[in-house]
Design a protein. Structure first.
Length: 429
């Protein structure tokens, strides 16, 4: 059980003054309303649905006596085969004095049976009653209903694509930390689940393209003749795009990368790929791309339509935080590609980068195969879960004290920015 910070007297009172915020303790007799909440300070619902700040997570009697309890549910979303903690990470947490409760069958999709979790020190039981519940996919309404008021939820919580989830968690008195919102700073690299899962998606996208292609990727010299290598174009060279470039290269394709962030050019070249320079630069804040203006967009479409026709494989990964995915491959560009060519569009979740994409499906248009797989990381559940579990464990570590009790620091940038059940502040991804 999590209680709010006792706001009267001593250190706590001075902290209230420093923060200049509103804080109310769980005693009905104490209320200290101060109107402004400094950006970054976090509100969550207390037992009585009163907003509290997450620095108020207190060591409770259950944590004192038994250690913080971490729950690992079985994922319920269709096709989701990943699990939020794997046995190796369970071992790390139980070694720190935490209790881990795993729902029976939680690891089955990732080929990790209950026995492996038990060997690692977990118990099999109801994970929803834990102090901290760790998940992969955003929770359903039913799952939110099962979370205990005052508990913490860690997972992909879709703060931008489905902001209602944050509101529902707040109403339920649950403190939500979204893996998507962890800042891309060096200290938080081990928690960066966007990157760990984008790596999986970039790799798998190339395998999918090779599978759907009517042509070889590598150059082949055989007694029956010589086959030219495939030309692969990767549009959008963030984490997934870089992995796609590296994987296509390993398969023997000639590779080219394109992005609107000019700083990516050197990274593309370092992977043995050509850099496609269209002369349009749109670096935005925090290392992300900004949305293009109408003029820039029209120019980009025209230039890309001309450039795309020479490629056998196009893999698109272009995203702009909080916006619909930009269209980079027009219907005219598809028409200009050789029959048998393949497009794998990784931006399907936000509409797709190709004008002819049907999210979640494989379609053939103008004899070009266009695939838009959703949730590719779930198709490689073992390694995707291992990487994700490490991200979750690192974030959890940040909230624990030496004795393994939940004591998150409300001034820690990583925690502040990833906590979505606070006053809206605009920058949560
Ligand atoms: N710890 C770290 O320091 C760390 C870790 C991972 C990523 N990052 C950085 O985070 C940033 C985002 O990476 P990501 O993989 O999440 O990106 P992302 O998934 O948001 O977008 C993918 C790529 O699409 C590109 N893009 C967007 N609009 C485009 C358009 N109209 N045309 C062409 N390309 C377009 C973006 O520039 C980006 O490279 C990058 O700067 C990356 O280097 C930093």
């Amino acid at each position: 059980m999590i209680r709010c910070r006792r706001a009267a007297g001593g250190n706590s009172a001075s902290k209230v003054a420093t923060y200049g915020t509103f804080l109310r303790c769980d005693s009905p007799s104490f209320t200290a309303p101060l109107p402004t909440c400094r950006p970054g300070h976090v509100w969550a619902s207390a037992l009585d649905a009163t907003p509290i700040m997450f620095d108020a997570l207190r060591v409770t009697s259950s944590q004192d006596q038994q250690g913080t309890r971490v729950g690992v549910p079985r994922e319920s979303r269709d096709g989701e085969r990943r699990v939020a903690l794997v046995p190796k990470m369970v071992e790390k947490l139980t070694g720190r004095g935490l209790q881990v409760v795993v729902e029976s069958g939680a690891g089955v999709g990732a080929l990790m049976p209950d026995e492996l979790f038990i060997e690692a020190g977990a118990t099999i039981g109801d994970p929803w009653d834990a102090d901290v519940v760790v998940k992969v996919a955003p929770p359903t309404d039913e799952e939110i209903g099962r979370l205990r008021r005052g508990s913490v939820l860690i997972g992909f919580l879709a703060p931008r694509s489905d902001p209602e989830i944050a509101g529902k968690l707040r109403d339920a008195g649950v403190i939500g930390f979204a893996m998507e919102s962890i800042p891309r700073i060096s200290r938080a690299q081990s928690m960066d689940a966007l990157s760990s899962q984008a790596n999986v998606a970039g790799y798998k996208a190339v395998l999918l393209a090779a599978n759907l292609s009517t042509r070889f990727f590598p150059m082949l010299t055989t007694a029956a003749g010589t086959v030219k290598p495939a030309n692969a174009l990767i549009l959008g060279v963030g984490v997934a795009g870089l992995q796609a470039l590296a994987t296509a290269k390993r398969l023997g394709a000639r590779t080219t990368g394109y992005d609107v962030r000019p700083e990516v050019a050197d990274q593309v070249r370092s992977l043995g790929a050509k850099w496609l320079d269209l002369g349009i630069e749109a670096a935005g804040e925090g290392g992300y791309a900004r949305e293009l203006s109408d003029d820039e967009r029209a120019e980009q479409k025209q230039r890309l339509t001309e450039a795309t026709s020479g490629f056998d494989v196009v893999i698109t990964t272009a995203l702009v935080p909080g916006r619909k995915a930009p269209i980079l491959v027009t219907a005219a560009a598809v028409k200009g590609m050789r029959p048998g060519s393949v497009i794998v569009d990784l931006a399907g979740e936000t509409g797709g980068n190709c004008e002819l994409t049907v999210p979640g499906e494989v379609v053939v248009r103008e004899d070009v195969t266009i695939a838009s797989p959703l949730n590719l990381p779930a198709t490689m559940p073992e390694h995707a879960s291992e990487l994700y579990a490490r991200n979750v464990q690192s974030l959890l570590e940040l909230m624990l004290d030496k004795e393994g009790r939940l004591t998150p620091d409300s001034d820690d940038e990583v925690l502040v920015r990833s906590c979505i059940t606070r006053e809206p502040e605009g920058d949560n991804r």
